[in-house]
Write a protein that binds this ligand. Structure first.
Ligand code: GLY
Ligand code: MN
Ligand code: MN
Length: 466
């Protein structure tokens, strides 16, 4: 945890921001996460605290709740000290008095949240994503579970985004810790991978590094030779020289901040000609996006710059044609680049996604329905202190290509007849984590050269056969 003053200041800032939005009375309720059982109560998935709770009250411990009284400004942590049976099971834990002191607030029994809520003139809460939380909120509000989502507080969502989207120096330092572990995971995979291994060997090694640094993974590992499937969580394939390996994996720091990087490299020592050509276009997409990142600049423009670099590069290979600006405006590039250039990063790997991307990434300004562009999670004007990913990718997705080809979609821009020869490339993504600075942007974490020369040098350094 940070010092108690960090959490006190964040809560005071939230109360002030809500006041400016006309919310001056009522109780902001944050229900912390509980354990989530895998198959019976005592056998739970790894615990992960709710990020809003962690941001405002710091503790990563199951079974807590908290409230901020907008009228009095008082903050309360709700929870119970361990019974002797609990202590026998888990060992001693800090008392509620100690937890409250660390968070800079008062404390009451967990059951008092219900009584305090009944007396409150209004309850403000953020969008829940677990049914246990919905059930508790339903009880506090006196409504059905189905009615809960419709009663979330938009002023609270907007005030929380306003605070959380700007990372202070302490948070940036934590994200850099997470990115440093994440770079170590990716470097290890680059050295370790050999033909004949299985994807699970690499997934296991990168998970080990994340666990050894204390915070674990920030999201389930993607470690695949089938990179054309964007979120491929299977790890059961054998690795053959000649294919590409795509690793999208990140660590979480001990204070809960996420890293999120993707590296694509050959299973053998070297890229083949087609893999190299596509890989270099993906690097060029990232390079084209960076000058478009800075305070006041909409991230949509960075996405478009990357998309234009994709069209230009693919046209040089004969896979696309026509005016690149026109192709991007129509959405033709999305056949090969069907996702967004990036998303915010913080306590969540897709930071604050549970608040609703239309608010987090668009400030409610409305969002494209076009294939590809609709998947852009962040489009709004950037501000200094925002942290986000830059993750261009190019993919040869058989089902998508077959569907567009059969309807001749954007045939004026796409050379469908040439694509077949490139299908073996599969998918390439390169993901980095960036901070918006007052003058532009800075890549976070230790240096990590992704050039083909550096990747091939790393692939040759471990006695690779292939
Ligand atoms: N790791 C998930 C993503 O890159 O968005
Ligand atoms: Mn990722
Ligand atoms: Mn990402």
């Amino acid at each position: 945890m940070f010092d108690a003053s960090t959490y006190r200041d964040r809560r005071a800032a939230l109360i002030k921001a809500l006041g400016l939005r006309g919310e001056r009375s009522g109780l902001v309720v944050l229900v912390g996460n509980g354990e989530s059982p895998m198959n019976y109560t005592d056998n739970a998935y790894p615990f992960h605290q709710d990020s809003s709770f962690r941001y405002f009250f710091g503790h990563s411990k199951p079974g807590l709740a908290a409230a901020m009284d907008l009228g009095s400004g008082e903050s309360v942590l709700y929870g119970d000290d361990l019974s002797m049976d609990d202590i026998v099971w888990t060992g001693p834990e800090p008392t509620m008095a100690e937890l409250a002191e660390a968070a800079g607030c008062a404390f009451r029994h967990r059951s008092s949240l219900a009584t305090d809520s009944r007396e409150a003139p209004a309850i403000l809460f953020l969008p829940p994503y677990r049914d246990e939380t919905r059930r508790e909120l339903a009880r506090l509000l006196g409504v059905s579970i189905e009615a809960v989502d419709g009663k979330v507080s938009l002023p609270l969502i907007r005030a929380a985004i306003e605070l959380r989207e700007i990372k202070d120096a302490l948070e940036v330092a934590e994200i850099e810790v997470a990115v440093a572990t994440t770079v170590a995971m990716h470097r290890a995979a680059l050295i370790l991978t050999r033909p004949g291994m299985r994807e699970s060997d690499i997934a296991a090694r990168v998970t080990e590094i994340a666990l050894a640094d204390g915070g674990g993974l920030s999201f389930p590992v993607i470690a695949t030779t089938k990179g054309a499937t964007l979120h491929n969580h299977r790890h059961d394939r054998s690795l053959a020289a000649g294919s590409l390996f795509l690793l999208d994996a990140g660590a979480e720091s001990l204070k809960g901040y996420a890293g999120d990087l993707t590296t694509t490299f050959p299973v053998g020592r070297r890229f083949d000609e087609k893999q190299r050509a596509i890989y270099e276009i993906v690097l060029a997409m990232g390079q084209a996006a960076i000058p478009a990142i800075g305070p006041g600049k909409p991230f949509m423009a960075a996405h478009d710059a990357a998309a234009k670099a994709a069209v230009t590069g693919l046209s040089s290979l004969g896979l696309m044609r026509g005016d690149p600006d026109e192709a991007v405006a129509k959405g033709a590039h999305a056949l090969f680049f069907p996702h967004g250039l990036g998303h915010m990063l913080g306590l969540d790997v897709h930071d604050m996604e549970n608040y609703g991307e239309d608010w987090v990434g668009y400030d409610g300004a409305g969002r494209s329905k076009e294939f590809g562009r609709k998947s852009l999670r962040l489009a709004k004007a950037l501000k200094a202190g925002m942290v986000h990913t830059v993750e261009p990718g190019l993919y040869f997705i058989p089902e998508l290509i077959a569907a567009w080809k059969s309807e001749g979609r954007f045939a004026e821009h796409i050379a469908f007849e040439k694509i077949e020869a490139w299908m073996g490339v599969g998918g390439v993504r390169n993901e980095e984590d960036w901070l918006v600075t007052p003058s532009g942007a800075r890549r976070l974490g230790p240096s990590f050269d992704k050039s083909t020369a550096a990747i091939e040098a790393a692939r040759s350094s471990g006695g690779i056969h292939g």
